[in-house]
Write a protein that binds this ligand. Structure first.
Ligand code: GLU
Length: 288
């Protein structure tokens, strides 16, 4: 379990941004402690953000458990806590700005239609989240869009990523572990920025919130490294501040599998119930 972290030479504002879709486990403890240490090392502070835009999967009791578990671990964070579901207007404003730049289009495809289109094409470029959207709705005429809307066909909003990358020009971002990277936003293709069921997306909400909350160092797991290429593009399009990043390794179990919800015995609550002390759990996460 690695504990190597950023070299904080300035007071960083960092954040821990869990989604209340389950109980926190040792891997979350590691991420939270990593963010806290990066902030405290330079005299900065830690912010806690509840990423609860996915109403179907988030539960109030998991949010409550986040506060309890983090406090039990000995973490302190700045108040107030930002809960994303309370800020849909901010995300709508960012979408309006992107729309004003002519970089969004409505997508009426169902998952099944996207899969069928990819199968029909015989091959599809793959991104970090699977096959890329084949662009079916990108070229729809204004009349077709209006007809589908009038018929009540649900639509998402996608970013015309290639065009957006052209508008933004070459971009870079810096990771404390990996160094400077040239942004490759096209990795994700025309990503959804507003879902059919929720008028925002992870990518939009997290990027805007990091700016609005004055985060200067984003620490998070390596699983989100690729997402930062896209976040960098959104920052450029929306005129947002660009934080430093530090993507850290993900904790794994003894078989080398990334910790997940199936590891019930490694939730902070289960460990506490089994008699572990906060210091012991911090140690399990690789922190003294
Ligand atoms: N809410 C995300 C998660 O729980 C983390 C997002 C981020 O750190 O950018 O995985």
């Amino acid at each position: 379990m690695s504990t190597s972290g950023p070299d904080a030479s300035a007071p960083f504002v960092t954040r821990f941004a869990p989604s209340p879709t389950g109980l926190l486990h040792v891997g979350h403890a590691y991420a939270a402690l990593f963010a806290e240490r990066a902030a405290r090392a330079g005299g900065g502070h830690l912010i806690l953000r509840i990423e609860d835009i996915d109403a179907g999967r988030c539960r109030p009791q998991f949010e409550e458990a986040i506060y309890q578990d983090l406090a039990w671990l000995g973490l302190a964070w700045e108040e107030p806590v930002r809960r994303q579901s309370d800020h849909m207007d901010d995300y709508a404003g960012a979408l309006a700005r992107l729309d004003g730049l002519g970089l969004l289009y409505p997508c009426f495809c169902t998952r099944r239609e996207v899969a069928a289109e990819i199968a029909r094409a015989g091959h599809a470029p793959h991104g970090p989240d699977g096959p890329l959207y084949p662009g079916t709705c990108r070229g729809l005429s204004p009349e077709t869009r209006a007809t589908k809307k009038a018929a009540g066909t649900p639509s998402a909003l996608r970013l015309d990523t290639k065009r957006a990358a052209e508008v933004a020009g070459p971009l870079e971002w810096h990771d404390g572990a990996a160094g400077t990277a040239a942004a490759e936003p096209n990795l994700f293709g025309d990503v959804v920025l507003a879902r059919k069921d929720t008028p925002t997306s992870y990518h939009l909400a997290v990027t805007l919130d990091d700016h609005l909350q004055g985060i200067t160092l984003v620490t998070r797991g390596e699983d989100l490294f690729a997402a930062t290429h896209l976040h960098r593009l959104l920052q450029a399009l929306l005129g947002l501040d660009v934080p430093l990043y530090h993507h850290h390794p993900m904790l794994a179990d003894e078989a080398g599998r990334r910790l997940a919800k199936r590891h019930r015995s490694l939730t902070i609550q289960a460990l506490r119930d089994a008699g572990k002390s906060p210091a012991e759990v911090r140690q399990m996460a690789g922190f003294e």
